[in-house]
Design a protein around this ligand. Structure first.
Ligand code: AHR
Length: 495
């Protein structure tokens, strides 16, 4: 069966640029994300640079990862950065109370992380400890990584082998303050934020630090309202938002071997991002009509039950075509809200939740989510082309969701990219894209498709799902006719 969707492209000089930081990632001390993931240590047989796997470094560079958030998540509000600098053998241990109560040796610390970001060409985004830390501790961290002159912290940094400051612009002032970050009321957190932010010095950071308030969970609009109302905007550059595509916190369902009902519910949750962003932005517009404070979706992605026989505290899950749908759709939503959404961070980069990379011993695989983010990275820093979209529904058991979603942009060289996603599990959808407003002659396309929804890459078959040249489209009288297979992601390029 075939249904018809239409997309019209309405380019305008007023349209915002799609900030490349929307393609950010997140690395928490959680399960096998850092240890036995990114970081194997310098003595490992696995080829590495300062202990970080070279294959992962290469894969992330190819992805054009723009920024990386660290060290949490919930872990951030238990983390004492001073325990993670200086000679590794002298570092105290820390018990990771949120994630499996494992003891770690603090061997991956500030230098390791910031050097990694430098190697990747990615902006570091540090999450400060507000829950169990102190104002002075966070102020010291800022001085340690950013200050160029003589000071207790910059002198200590030099002693520890790093002469030049790294220049860290992005700072989270706590994480999930409503929950693992301290179970605070927003009225209280807003005051705490003001205090912490006051003592985070701009010295060493031209243009000032970019400070991000721990944001709402899902539809907690009151949270955003109070942050925007009670924090002076000179102290506030970004307000965060977390939304996971989780069916039900008590019954998340498996990451592979899910039912169509579970698939539909995941898509419903992923679609919710559109409504959440729209409504949080409305509140921000009310308090900040000029749009000086940004919305930062610093945790998003699919969350399922852990894989069998893995530590429940490690959040290790497989990544299927369902996840490719979440990624394609969510990035389209962020693009279309590029006016206010300036950064986002997929949870998480390696071996945790909707990871772009999974590892097992010396093996590494790239997931369908990785491929979508790579296909889409042509939108980074390109100017949004606003669209108008009409789509048939994807129906399941009498319930309906829009089947097709899309976004478009024009890059610095004048190339136009159009990303299309069909989430329907059974039906193809033909999309007519009116490109007559743009003077384009040649089109090429890349697609991500597979036979079944739960198809995924494995360590035995790492290239089962790969982007391929996509040919099911025609250009006729200024209209592209694209035939999207069920659960597919397609990126068209027009010149
Ligand atoms: O990404 C996993 C966890 O989800 C993070 O640590 C926390 O911020 C959120 O609840």
């Amino acid at each position: 069966a075939m249904a018809q969707a239409t997309v019209s492209l309405n380019p305008t000089d007023e349209a915002p640029v799609i900030d490349k930081n929307i393609y950010g990632h997140f690395a928490e001390h959680l399960g096998r994300c850092i240890y036995d993931g990114l970081y194997v240590g310098e003595k490992s047989n696995i080829p590495n640079t300062e202990g970080v796997r070279n294959d992962i470094i290469t894969a992330l560079k190819e992805l054009k990862i723009p920024n990386l958030r660290w060290p949490g998540g919930c872990f951030a509000d238990t983390y004492h950065w001073k325990d993670g600098v200086g000679p590794q053998s002298e570092r105290p241990t820390i018990v990771n109370t949120w994630w499996g109560n494992v003891t770690e040796d603090n061997s991956f610390g500030t230098h390791n992380f910031l050097n990694l970001c430098e190697e990747l060409g990615a902006e570091p985004y540090l999450a400060g400890n507000v829950g169990s830390g102190e104002v002075q501790e966070l102020a010291d961290w800022v001085q340690y990584v950013n200050f160029d002159g003589i000071s207790p912290m910059s002198d200590w940094r030099k002693e520890n082998g790093r002469e030049k400051p790294w220049g860290v612009k992005y700072w989270g002032v706590g994480n999930e303050a409503w929950g693992c970050g301290g179970n605070m009321r927003v009225e209280y957190y807003a005051d705490i934020y003001r205090k912490y932010a006051t003592f985070m010095s701009d010295a060493g950071m031209e243009g000032g630090l970019y400070k991000i308030a721990s944001g709402a969970s899902n539809d907690d609009y009151h949270w955003t309202e109070v942050l925007m109302r009670d924090i002076p905007h000179n102290l506030l550059q970004g307000v965060a938002l977390h939304h996971y595509s989780v069916i039900n916190w008590n019954a998340k369902g498996p990451s592979v071997g899910f039912s169509e009902e579970q698939y539909f519910k995941t898509m419903e949750q992923a679609w919710l991002m559109e409504e959440l962003v729209t409504k949080h932005v409305e509140i921000m517009d009310k308090y900040d009509p000029k749009g000086k404070v940004d919305l930062i979706v610093d945790e998003w992605g699919g969350w399922y039950d852990v894989m069998e026989d893995t530590n429940p505290g490690f959040l290790f899950q497989q990544n299927t075509m369902r996840d490719a749908m979440i990624a394609g759709m969510t990035l389209n939503i962020f693009h279309n809200h590029a006016r206010r959404v300036k950064m986002a961070n997929l949870a998480q980069v390696v071996n945790v939740l909707q990871a772009v990379i999974l590892t097992e011993g010396e093996k590494m695989i790239l997931t369908p989510t990785y491929h979508v983010m790579k296909m889409y990275n042509v939108h980074q820093d390109a100017q949004l082309i606003p669209i108008e979209l009409n789509t048939p529904d994807y129906e399941f058991n009498g319930e309906k969701l829009p089947a097709v979603n899309a976004s478009a942009s024009k890059d610095a060289e004048g190339k136009v990219h159009i990303s299309l996603v069909n989430i329907d599990s059974k039906k193809s959808n033909t999309v007519s894209v009116d490109v007559s407003a743009l003077n384009l002659k040649d089109f090429t396309a890349t697609g991500l498709t597979s036979k079944t929804l739960e198809d995924h890459n494995t360590f035995e078959s790492p290239e089962k799902i790969q982007p391929e040249q996509f040919k099911k489209f025609k250009l006729k009288n200024g209209t592209l006719e694209v035939e999207l297979p069920p659960f597919s992601v397609v990126v068209l390029e027009g010149k």
